[in-house]
Ligand binder design. Sequence first.
Ligand code: SF4
Length: 477
Amino acid sequence: MTDKVNEECAVAGVSIGVEESAGLIYNALLALQHRGQEGAGIAVLRENRITVVKKRGLVSEVFAKEVLESMPKSKLAIGHTRYSTTGSNTVENVQPFVSHYLTGRIAIAHNGNIINAKQLKEQLRELGVDFNATSDTEVISSLIAYHIVRLNDEVAGIREAVKLIEGAFTLILMTGRGKLVLVRDGYGFRPLCIGRNSYGIMAASESVALDCCGFQFERDVEPGEMVVIEKGEITSSERVIETKKTGVCIFEYVYFARSDSIIDGQSVYKARFNMGVQMAKELPHIDADFVAGVPDSGLDCAAGYAYGSGLPLVSAFVKNRYVGRSFIYPSQLEREHAVSIKLNPLKANVEGKRIILAEDSIVRGTTCAKTVKALKAAGAKEVHMRISSPPFRHSCYFGTDVDKPENLIANQHSIQEIADQIGVDSLAYISIEGMKKACSDSRLDFCTGCFTGSYNIDIDEYDKAILEEEKCSGIEK
Ligand code: SF4
């Protein structure tokens, strides 16, 4: 188990006038790799046939040069990177999913987690639909296929189906008749944006993918909106799902998204920097020698804290950029020092110093304790930890792997007890209001459920228990 919260997935799609869609989606997925490292897939359309290549692994592992070059030349493609928060980590659950139905076919890429998958699956089974995978995306795919057949219309079928889905879902669909369809749930839990260049249109979870592929950001897909694209042009856009309020996952700004993305009008980097400035303003003053961030997640808010407090910003660690997934968990004897394999304290900078250490969150506290221990072993005199999100006390049911409340350190212990456990001289968290204020360029409201216990969607205790069990367990929905 890592001590970080993981995002579920990234999605991307492209409709262009040249037959280079697979390569573009590959580059988009590379830019979005941070949103999921367990599996990757690309589906392309050529002459009404959908070809999909997908496997477990990183984007570069799944798509060796010869694999990518062997894919059919196409002007339309979608792609996906996966981190499994529901459904087991098997190849059947890697996306895009392709559904073949009576009158056509459809490929789908999904980011989020739907909370009525079990009920929808039961209804579809009664109608004679079979399922191969355990993830909720297959349920969405089958539901859409069912309604397309029923209404004998691709767009009407998708419109009808998404109205029945509850929870977090950002969808990119590719139909056998050449349409690229984008849908964002009514709350807008997960991001989705559209970019354009002279060849056509790209849609992606984050604007960084558009930047990397040479598409100019045009706009975000609005919560509840469905956009249809054909031959590189938007042919329709309409609000298909009504909700009373919006609720973008605020943790996208705290940790999930890449700093160089802009989501719903808010620069992710600026949000993190502002969180640091806000912490310097609202948390008790500490006499310290400098501010440092835990790489990479704490670096942007550390810069903001230094700016807000007037203290210098100094590096306290060197990160090994090449460890990645090749990291082999060491023997019991070495485990205590395992954190230094990825993150080694800079003794020359930290020895004898009082340090304000900025980090984005504390989930279970295990890695945090090792990081602080390594810093003290390198000679740090004092370590004062500052966290740019409030204490994690509650679970998430909307497409992340935030753990069960009993495994969250802040659900079980007071802030002073956490400080004692992780070995810091002081510990303080940003306030909920402070965190929201840091994201005030966003046009939308936020979900803050894992911090407050209050969710935008009412989920009763029975359903919460079922959703907890489904998370990461591979239990069939
Ligand atoms: S509960 Fe937390 S992690 Fe989940 S969507 Fe809301 S803010 Fe994001």
